[in-house]
Design a protein around this ligand. Sequence first.
Ligand code: DAH
Length: 343
Amino acid sequence: MKDQLEKIKQEFLEGLKEIKDTLQLEELKNEFFSRKSGKVNEVMKVLKDLAGDAKKEFGVLVNEFKMEMEMNLAKKKSELDKEKMGNLVDEEGIDVTEPKLPLYEGGHLHPITIVQNELEDLFTSMGFMILDGPELESEYYNFEAVNIPADHPARDMQDTFYIKNHANWVMRTHTSTMQARSMQKYGAPLRMIVPGKCFRNEATDVRHEHTFYQLEGMVIDKNITFGDMKGILETVAKHLYGKDTKVKLRPKFYPFVEPGVNGEVTCYLCKGLGCRLCKGTGWLEIFGAGMTHPNVIKEGGLDPNVYQGFAFGFGLTRLVMLKYGIDDIRLLESGDLRFLKQF
Ligand code: DAH
């Protein structure tokens, strides 16, 4: 048996000498080591007929033989590899000329996230906290807590998604829901913004979408004035559209503020001259704001005789559309890569 092994070994080594490429090497490996018909396995069949020391001895012999063969195979393989690659392979075996894989086409931030991040940076630099709030919200926080009682006509201004079989729950129609929540949680003084998704049950068209983004803000402290509010809003407007941007505030009713205003800024495209973007007015309407209503401060658990403040709500989606000249709001939530790849 020993002789038989020796014979196979010689045969194998002879064969190895003739090998010119890795394919031939594979074939040789099969010839000797394949499970079914390999020459080595043929010899090993004898093993099961042996017993005791003879079996052990032969086992050791076969293993040593196999190990030696494997080493020879590996050596030959690395010789062949080197030959093939010439000196293109460095010491670590890395082929420096190998063409690189096509670059993984990574994703990137959604345009809404880009503008949101930009505003978050600005507001944090002014000492605002950034808060997040629930999108599925109680009617209380969406309406009552911001001074919109059940029978108030203002509820009709916001077409609300109600939740089937779950009375008193809604998909939040605005981020103002966080006004009372944040006062209740953090008290005063308070400086916070809440960027986030809002939902309205609207027929969609180029300007209306059931899902859109707002950015709410609130400041509560002692001795807060309308001037403080204007200062913050002007800072935001200049940050967004340049230092010559002017802010125009016009009275507008919102139940949670008194007085309430509608905020417009100089159209960044025509610089106020009037163009298609601003529909010839020279102004772009981008936010609502006002001095926080005492009822809302009370809902927040604070004393309106001690604390005042203001709140504002930017149409974040609108800011994004203005910034990039997007004329159909529905593209933003469409997930259409042809659209998204442009940013
Ligand atoms: N919540 C209002 C809306 O969805 C936007 C708004 C207006 C927010 C005035 C405010 C505000 O905080 O003071 O239309």
